[in-house]
Design a protein around this ligand. Structure first.
Ligand code: ADP
Ligand code: ASP
Ligand code: MG
Length: 478
């Protein structure tokens, strides 16, 4: 817990849309200004402008295929997007020119990196991180100068100086001890001077100084990490919706904001596809006992969603249902290993999951097998060829002897997850879920319970994803 004597510290993270246009970034600056009036110490973390990370990674992928033809257009888009915001929010010409000069330098490194990738004909995970991290390295400069122009003394800091990670490029894991030491050493003096540090989300660096990223959507995680190590009193995630909602509002327009949600509920929701919070954000924040809030940059008066300890959320608010939210992960395949001879084969499951792990694939869901003669689990669709290959190799002998008849992957499916304390143990809830899916004529291919008492997941055909989410959402709002 933060020490009593240290001044209150607030960490605020702005997502890509929250800084993606002049209007949005002006709103973000206003939010920081108000926070500065109420909190002695404010630390800001920002994502790249919306669309930038995708553009960077798509350009690197084309370059790896030997196609550099779209690079000039990508270069122009990057320059123009940052320039438009700089022109409208940084009136001081010399400050604006200095920022655009630095951003121009980063855009040039992007072009050089992509050319190098196209010559090699390959983009290694390390090269992809060097490219992907450029988005935040650009936005952080723009936002710090914008804050300065709005009268908020600030300084940009690249998280390569703060967050030390392993070399698992594209999904790096922080070393919390080293990160604590470096973060405090770099940020506390700035905070003591009354400056607002503006820090790149999404990235870190190895001990040797190689740039890494924390995984797509990882700026939320950056906020969790930095909030925990400072330590902050609160972490607020500013995004483009009114907090955590009963479903993705893009899928279910009548979705409603949840005023509060427990740590374990949000963990299940985030793990099973709700993009609103990166699933890794939760653990450091819970362990450090820090308050977490999710709010809307475009509707800052709305209280958003408060994360609350698990015990508290068990007392539902008036009118709250057992089922709190429903979410979906798309583009999954169900892999089945089957054969009547499997009963006698030792360690099939252990060997199967070791084979899957050897491809670097994670398994979001393992289903209850209908008999002991098969094992069934889901994997991301794009991993299917590698996973099937690894399984066939591992079980080559059993397949040859027909102890295992078949290892196969389904067509694309989706995992639909219903989240809420007591979903599993409250009588009648499971019945309601399956009745509702039955009424909507949705075929459930597999079922799995979450690791805690907070969720139930069902696998449905890809084409029925939206229908299933909407049908189950009716159980919440009606
Ligand atoms: P940011 O760039 O701010 O990190 P993201 O796009 O990563 O924003 O996450 C916010 C988006 O998450 C929302 O626009 C919404 O479409 C989506 N989302 C998915 N599920 C939920 C949910 N249950 N509640 C709120 N938003 C959700
Ligand atoms: N810009 C990164 C991404 O798009 C990180 C983030 O936005 O959280 O994945
Ligand atoms: Mg996000």
């Amino acid at each position: 817990m933060p020490q009593e004597s240290s001044p209150k510290t607030l960490v605020m993270k702005f997502g890509g849309t929250s800084v993606g246009s002049s209007k949005a970034m002006a709103g973000a600056a206003q939010i920081v200004k108000e926070a500065r009036a109420n909190w002695p110490r404010v630390v800001v973390i920002t994502s790249a402008l919306s669309g930038v990370t995708n553009l960077l990674l798509e350009s690197a992928a084309s370059a790896a295929r030997g196609d550099a033809s779209l690079l000039p257009e990508a270069e122009q888009t990057l320059l123009a997007n940052h320039q438009t915001i700089a022109i409208s929010l940084i009136p001081d010409e010399s400050r604006r020119a200095a920022v655009l000069e630095e951003i121009g330098g980063l855009v040039r490194s992007f072009v050089e990196l992509c050319h190098a990738i196209s010559v090699l004909g390959e983009a290694t995970p390390r090269a992809l991180d060097a490219v992907a991290s450029l988005g935040e390295r650009m936005s952080v400069r723009l936002l710090a100068a914008t804050l300065h122009s709005a009268g908020i003394p600030s300084k940009y800091v690249e998280a390569t100086e703060l967050i030390v990670t392993d070399d698992h490029f594209q999904s790096a894991h922080p070393d919390f001890d080293l990160t604590t030491e470096r973060t405090r050493r770099a940020l506390l003096p700035l905070l003591e001077q009354g400056l607002t540090p503006v820090i790149t989300g999404f990235l870190g660096a190895t001990r040797e100084g190689l740039i890494t990223t924390l995984g797509r959507g990882g700026s939320d995680y950056s906020a969790g990490i930095l909030g925990a190590v400072l330590p902050a009193d609160e972490v607020w995630i500013w995004t483009d919706v009114d907090g955590v909602m009963t479903a993705d509002p893009r899928l279910v327009p009548e979705a409603q904001t949840l005023p509060q949600i427990s740590y374990s509920e949000i963990a299940e929701l985030a793990y099973f596809g709700a993009k609103v919070l990166h699933p890794k954000t939760i653990r450091p924040v819970v362990e450090a006992g820090i308050g977490l809030r999710i709010c809307n940059t475009f509707n800052p008066q709305h209280p958003g969603t408060r994360l609350v300890p698990n015990g508290k959320a068990e007392k539902p608010l008036p009118g709250e249902k057992v089922i709190k939210a429903v979410t979906a992960i798309r583009q999954q395949r169900l892999v089945t290993i089957e054969g009547r001879g499997m009963l006698g084969v030792p360690g099939v499951a252990a060997r199967a999951f070791a084979a899957v792990a050897s491809t670097g694939t994670s398994v979001p869901l393992i289903t209850q097998a209908s008999s002991e003669q098969s094992i069934c689990f889901s994997i991301p669709s794009e991993a299917a060829p590698a996973v099937l290959g690894a399984l066939q190799k591992t079980f080559a002998a059993e397949l040859a002897q027909r102890d295992i008849d078949r290892v196969w992957a389904s067509e694309d499916v989706s995992i639909i997850t219903v989240v809420g304390h007591g979903t599993r143990h409250t009588p009648g809830v499971a019945g309601q879920i399956f009745t509702q899916l039955g009424k909507a004529e949705i075929n459930v291919l597999a079922i799995a319970h979450g690791s805690s008492d907070v969720s139930i997941s069902m696998v449905v055909n890809a084409a029925e994803t939206e229908k299933a989410v909407r049908a189950l959402h009716e159980l919440i709002v009606r």
